[in-house]
Design a protein around this ligand. Structure first.
Ligand code: KG4
Ligand code: ZN
Length: 334
């Protein structure tokens, strides 16, 4: 039986998080400290401030994670940490903390890919079956990833410009909604009676890539034209039109990819997986087409260290450890 205990650390953006995972499956603790309050007045994450806040909190968060797990540092089998992608200064804070602890305890260090974490968040609550297709939608990423077998990632589609979450946040900003805007747009759209029809970027017929900057510009154009004409903007209808366009493209491409690659499951992951409209649309389309859909619960969709522990466990099983001179890599390939 696998009794391994991984202490995982995640500091790639604006969440300082630490978690203890037993046997790659059981979450003993998952402490997440969000910095949103300090970034909200700037309308987005300020990298310099993010790094400083991580430095202030990381030790406390790690201590809390170990305490809540009811274990001691001596019990740990390995230290896992997000190596990239992410903000380089933010990643560095987690990496330095992880290295120090790995060195002091003389246990392995496991550098982990942030997106592998988002995908393997599913393994904490479901059984993954291969081949499977992951639709990763977050503030920094929009990717379709094929997993032919455990830990084998192949990116079959990605955004060519803005990530979905980024588009949500920019549209929200244009509507003067607070950062992060995704949940606000989601709520506005859910309450809308009408939808303003907006374009869909399908790209080439066989492409699994995405593009959201055109849609974002279309939204901004509607806002500007309405203002210039002195009319009142139906913000809810605009939010719904935007969300419908995003969901239509994501769902259509994801299901086409599932069929083409013979995937047994579709996994939805990343912060935007919390979007109710997207969850509902994917659930009903997958049901209609007999495709098994896995979605982690909300707290495991947004950035957290438990997902990093889950992905790191694959590497622990294979003894794929990192050296103590491991560097933060903002562009780390999956
Ligand atoms: O995965 P995540 O926590 O951080 C990154 O790795 O980027 O994702 C954050 C993103 C933000 O852009 C946020 O606006 C978006 O997820 N988000 C949502 C919703 N909840 C969070 N977008 C749409 N609808 C939501 N309900
Ligand atoms: Zn993320």
């Amino acid at each position: 039986f696998d009794h391994s205990l991984i202490l995982a650390i995640e500091t790639s953006c604006d969440e300082t998080s630490a978690s203890v995972i037993r046997g790659g499956k059981h979450i003993l603790s998952n402490v997440v400290s969000s910095q949103i309050d300090v970034h909200v007045r700037f309308g987005g994450v300020v990298p310099e401030i993010a790094s400083r806040k991580h430095v202030e909190t990381i030790t406390l968060i790690m201590e809390q994670a170990v305490r809540e797990a009811g274990c001691s540092l001596r019990d740990l089998s390995a230290i896992a940490v997000t190596q990239g992608p992410g903000l380089v200064g933010a990643l560095l804070v987690g990496i330095v903390a992880a290295k120090s602890l790995a060195m002091a305890l003389d246990i392995p260090l496991i550098g982990t890919h942030h997106i592998a974490g988002h995908i393997y968040a599913n393994e904490l609550v479901h059984e993954m079956n291969y081949p499977c297709m992951a639709l990763v939608v977050s503030g920094g990423h929009t990717e379709l990833v094929l997993l032919e077998s455990e830990g084998e990632f192949r990116v079959v589609g990605r955004t060519r410009d803005d990530a979905v979450g980024e588009a949500y946040d920019k549209v929200a900003r244009a509507l003067q909604l607070p950062y992060p805007g995704g949940p606000h747009i989601d709520k506005l759209a859910a309450g809308a009676e009408n939808a303003i029809e907006l374009p869909r970027a399908w790209l080439e017929p066989d492409s699994y890539d995405f593009s959201f900057s055109g849609l974002k510009s279309a939204v901004l154009a509607v806002i500007n034209q309405t203002r210039m004409k002195g009319l009142e903007l139906d913000e809810a209808a605009l939010a719904r039109g935007f969300q419908e366009s995003v969901i239509d493209v994501l769902v259509t491409k994801a299901l086409r990819a599932v069929r083409q690659y013979g995937a047994k499951q579709l996994l939805l992951c990343g912060g935007v997986a919390a979007n109710r409209g997207l969850r509902t649309a994917l659930t009903s389309r997958c049901e209609a087409e007999g495709i098994e859909l896995l979605i982690p619960p909300g707290g495991l969709c947004t950035d957290n260290a438990a997902m990093i522990g889950a992905a790191a466990h694959l590497k622990l099983k294979r003894s794929q450890f990192s050296n103590l001179d491991m560097k933060a890599d903002p562009g780390l390939p999956l």
